[in-house]
Design a protein around this ligand. Structure first.
Ligand code: UDP
Ligand code: MG
Length: 350
């Protein structure tokens, strides 16, 4: 059976053993109701529980289940990327494996897609069962991102979305390493529209986004789509400069009026020094964030390493990480110009 699926559902999986069966059941029910061919691409992002075993069992029974096993944990956004690479539908739907995104919404997305939209993104109207800290930071995060980024990234949307194959085709070419997929899809453009939904509680397990990963994710979003943090430095520098210039005559006048002792203490100097160096270090940190990401891109490592796959029918050949790498692999070194290739001959001669 190798009918091309019309819909590819992509789910990243990291230690979700308690969610896999029900995810499959709910998706199957929803997708079968469309009466059109579909596939479910599950990317196992280095899970250490029974996720892989459970997924492979499903794949053995249902050819529509594709499994991509990473060699280690590469992160949520990279897992989604691999899912997109391996998907072959006319429309690709990204969904979390923990059932926080109700699969039933997919039908609504498909309706909009058939009405001519290229990206249908789900907007969370309400979020259930998440800590006040997560709700607060998420709200703040989406508002800041919305203000400071150059492309319009809609507020309160996660990765839960449907994308037409033409958007997917562009996304596959965007091999940047620090990935913020929802921003990248907005960047692509075409006709985009929202659907609204209530984000459910996790069906099983705990969040795989501890605070550290959240911070990293936020920094990727900001540095990937905005130069604002680099640009505010000039304003802070200007304000501090003006303050310093104003302080000189003010201190001089006050000293003349109130006597030598005024403003003479070392305390002021120390406080100012601390303040200024903390500003400087903060901005150096921001610079560092951008520089580190430039370094990531320059190294141009593959985005992920696949250990094994199920039911993907040799698709892996199509998704070699970068054009350069593809070229390197398909074109062997010219023996005459490569000293390493000569060495064995020398050894043999002796
Ligand atoms: N995930 C992943 N790799 C990771 C972290 C998370 O593939 O390193 C998957 C996870 O299994 C889930 C989705 O990404 O399907 C969203 O993660 P999670 O539900 O933990 O995030 P939250 O909903 O709490 O923001
Ligand atoms: Mg979740």
């Amino acid at each position: 059976m190798s009918e091309r699926p019309r819909y590819s559902i992509v789910a990243p999986v990291y230690n979700e053993e308690g969610n896999i069966q029900i995810l499959y059941d709910r998706i199957r029910e929803v997708m079968d109701s469309t009466g059109e061919p579909w596939e479910l691409v599950m990317v196992n992002d280095g899970s250490r529980d029974r996720s892989q075993e459970l997924m492979e069992k499903l794949a053995a029974r249902d050819y529509r289940i594709k499994v991509v096993n990473f060699a280690r944990n590469f992160g949520h956004q990279t897992a989604v990327t691999a899912g997109i690479d391996y998907a072959s539908g006319n429309a690709v739907i990204l969904i979390d494996a923990d059932l926080q995104d109700p699969p039933e919404i997919i039908l609504e997305m498909i309706e909009r897609w058939k009405a001519g939209y290229d990206v249908v993104y789900a907007v969370r109207q309400e979020r259930k069962g998440e800590s006040w800290f997560k709700l607060f930071t998420a709200k703040l995060f989406y508002r800041v991102i919305y203000r400071i980024t150059e492309v319009d990234i809609p507020m309160d949307t996660g990765d839960f979305r449907l994308m037409d194959e033409k958007v997917v085709g562009v996304l596959r070419q965007m091999r940047e390493h620090n990935r913020f997929i929802r921003g990248m899809t907005s960047w692509v453009g075409f006709k985009q529209t929202p659907v609204y939904y209530v984000r459910e509680e996790r069906h099983w397990g705990v969040t795989k986004y501890p605070f550290k990963k959240m911070v990293r994710f936020g920094l990727d979003a900001v540095t990937g789509f905005s130069y604002f943090p680099l640009q505010i430095m000039i304003y802070v520098a200007a304000i501090l400069g003006v303050l310093a210039l104003l302080a000189i005559p003010i201190i001089a006048i006050l000293r003349l009026a109130m006597g030598e002792g005024f403003f003479g203490g070392q305390a002021t100097t120390i406080v100012l020094l601390l303040l200024l160096s903390s500003f400087q270090l903060f901005f150096l940190f921001i610079m560092g964030q951008y520089v580190a990401r430039v370094y990531d891109e320059v190294r141009n490592r593959p985005l992920y390493v696949v250990a094994s796959t199920e039911n993907t029918n040799g698709l892996e050949k199509r998704v070699l990480p970068t054009p350069e790498l593809t070229e390197k692999i398909s074109r062997p070194h010219d023996a005459a110009t490569t000293p390493i290739q000569k060495a064995p001959a020398d050894v043999q001669g002796e």
